[in-house]
Ligand binder design. Structure first.
Ligand code: PLP
Length: 369
């Protein structure tokens, strides 16, 4: 793929005329699982679709270019992408993990550590460089960061963490789901691996489950490719096409998500029913606490335009209740100690008209009296 001076252009041009035979502007969906060879030792570059598929290859090259990495890998979900990265490690390796992390990541790390002992997650406040340095042991092999974190929207300094990691020979892995390469490119700040739930902003329309990994460095890319092909949790050609189509409008969507979220954060701060608003000022993701826990159920019943649902990053606005949805697998006492209290709601602000979003919130708050 070609990259351009501006990410907006690179996004829009992804996959354009990727099929030289037809000049198709939209990336063709190639469903064939097998590819013929003209003779022994000859190949078109495609042999078997788990190993390489032409539609998936456009997406993989595209995300590698967008993130500034050497290779991209498309998988069947964000969790499959995280699991692929975990497969690079073995006991007694340890990861330092942001203490506020997506509940599914916590669940997988916890299960794999307790059952297979492959990798020990050690939770640390990644916003605190001293805390990170103190948590490093001879077994620490990587630092896994979410910034801003899910759902508390805490930010950390990827460049400073990467500098520290280099000193200790650790890999830096960043889950860039919330910011996307439009707002932040972790590899430019020293990260080694970037992972995405492409189900969210990248695909953007709540109709694709997908994960993407981008890595820097030949040896890392080769090992990830070996495992991706070996395990085979690859993204289907149709879903690869949908992700490419979604990416074309990513820059426009992020602009509107962020503008709407900025206004909604301000609006929420002015409402008497709100205890606090957590917003990094970036993307469309924010969280807020209602003054009373018993308002959560009636509020979620009262919203009409905004959907009470468990995902984020799509064009439609979603409100999620982390306590019983995304973060339900964290034991309650630990969850509350981490700040994921029972009055906390996460808001993925969509790209609807801001006045309609405010009107929906206003009428929902009015029902709490
Ligand atoms: C930050 C983050 N990372 C990873 C994932 C997992 O992605 P998926 O649902 O595509 O498996 C999610 C899902 O919500 C997420 O929010």
């Amino acid at each position: 793929m070609t990259t351009f001076n501006h990410i907006e252009t690179t996004l829009v041009q992804m996959g354009n005329r990727s099929d030289p035979r037809t000049g198709a502007v939209s990336t063709p969906i190639i469903l064939s699982t097998a590819y013929g060879r003209d003779g022994l030792g000859e190949s078109t570059g495609f042999d078997y679709t788990r190993t390489k598929n032409p539609t998936r290859a456009v997406l993989e090259q595209g995300i590698a270019d967008l993130e500034g990495g050497d290779a991209g890998f498309a998988l069947s979900s964000g969790m499959a992408a995280i699991q692929l990265i975990m497969s690079l490690f073995k006991a007694p390796d340890e990861w330092l993990v942001s203490s506020d992390v997506y509940g599914g990541t916590y669940r997988l790390l916890d299960f794999c550590y307790k059952n297979n002992h492959i990798l020990k997650p050690v939770y640390v406040n990644t916003a605190d460089l001293n805390a990170i340095e103190q948590a490093i042991t001879p077994n620490t092999k990587a630092i896994f960061i979410e910034t801003p974190s899910n759902p508390l929207m805490e930010e950390c300094d990827v460049a400073a963490i990467s500098a520290l990691a280099k000193k200790h020979n650790l890999l830096v892995i960043v889950d860039n789901t919330f910011l996307t390469p439009v707002l932040f490119r972790p590899i430019e700040h020293g990260a080694d691996i970037v992972v995405h739930s492409a189900t969210k902003y990248l695909s953007g329309h709540n109709d694709v489950l997908a994960g993407l990994v981008v890595a820097k460095g030949q040896s890392l890319c080769e090992r990830l490719y070996y495992l991706q092909n070996g395990v085979g949790a690859v993204l289907s050609p149709f879903d690869s096409f949908l992700a490419i189509r979604g990416l074309k409008t990513l820059a426009l969507r992020m602009e509107r998500h962020q503008a709407n979220a900025t206004e909604i954060a301000q609006f929420l701060r002015e409402q008497p029913e709100i205890d606090s608003v957590l917003y990094s000022g970036k993307s469309g993701m924010l969280s807020f606490r209602l003054k009373k826990e018993e308002w959560v159920a009636p509020f979620l019943k009262a919203i009409k335009l905004i959907t009470f649902a468990e995902s984020l990053g799509g064009t439609e606005s979603f409100i999620t209740y982390p306590s019983t949805q995304t973060h339900m697998d964290i034991p309650e006492a630990e969850r509350i100690a981490r700040g994921i209290t029972n009055n906390l709601l996460r808001f993925s602000v969509g790209i609807e008209h801001i006045d309609d979003l405010k009107a929906d919130l206003r009428q929902a708050f009015a029902q709490l009296k």
